[in-house]
Design a protein around this ligand. Sequence first.
Ligand SMILES: C[S@@+](CC[C@H](N)C(=O)[O-])C[C@H]1O[C@@H](n2cnc3c(N)ncnc32)[C@H](O)[C@@H]1O
Length: 184
Amino acid sequence: MFDNWASNYNKSVIKSEQEETYPFAGYSNIKYQIIDIVAKRSFAHILDMGVGTGEITSPLYNLGYRVTGVDLSEKMIDIAKKKLPNAIFICDTFQNSLTKLNAQYDFIIFNYSIHHLDYQSQIDLLLIIHENLSSQGMIIIGDVSTENTLDMNKLHEKYDSIWDEEEYYPILDIYQKSDLKNYY
Ligand SMILES: C[S@@+](CC[C@H](N)C(=O)[O-])C[C@H]1O[C@@H](n2cnc3c(N)ncnc32)[C@H](O)[C@@H]1O
């Protein structure tokens, strides 16, 4: 599915953003916020989980930051490689990539990607991947997101006709009530 989407992915982001609609309204804002956070450090190794076409980390790569990208889609990685030729890429699922990570990362980014896992799998993954953070490291999640389930349900109702039922958008409340609460 992601291989088929790869060549049109950036176009669908732009269209959704221009129409200010679900799911990519605010995509550029998130992107610039991530760049701002990372750029406060003069050096960083970034792990981009679900790197896609490299849209989020390519500006940081161009500023000289080291980037490792994980994605299960070969076609997405092919596009990302053109923008980040010297980055490291792991073409595999999030889960399988864990044994292939051989560094401590200053930033681990999930931008519009962790929602492909159900909530318990998100929590389990975040707990494990936390071990790959450097001492001052930070996990950044950019996505459709709400503070609680009630607000997510409202969003779902608003965009019911185009809502993707197979995606589980991060809900702060669910994270805060899980074992992740020990890491805030
Ligand atoms: C909506 S795109 C987001 C791409 C990029 N992070 C961005 O912000 O533009 C989601 C990406 O996550 C990847 N992905 C989805 N599920 C995955 C999984 N279980 N393991 C690894 N990659 C996955 C897809 O192949 C796709 O490239």
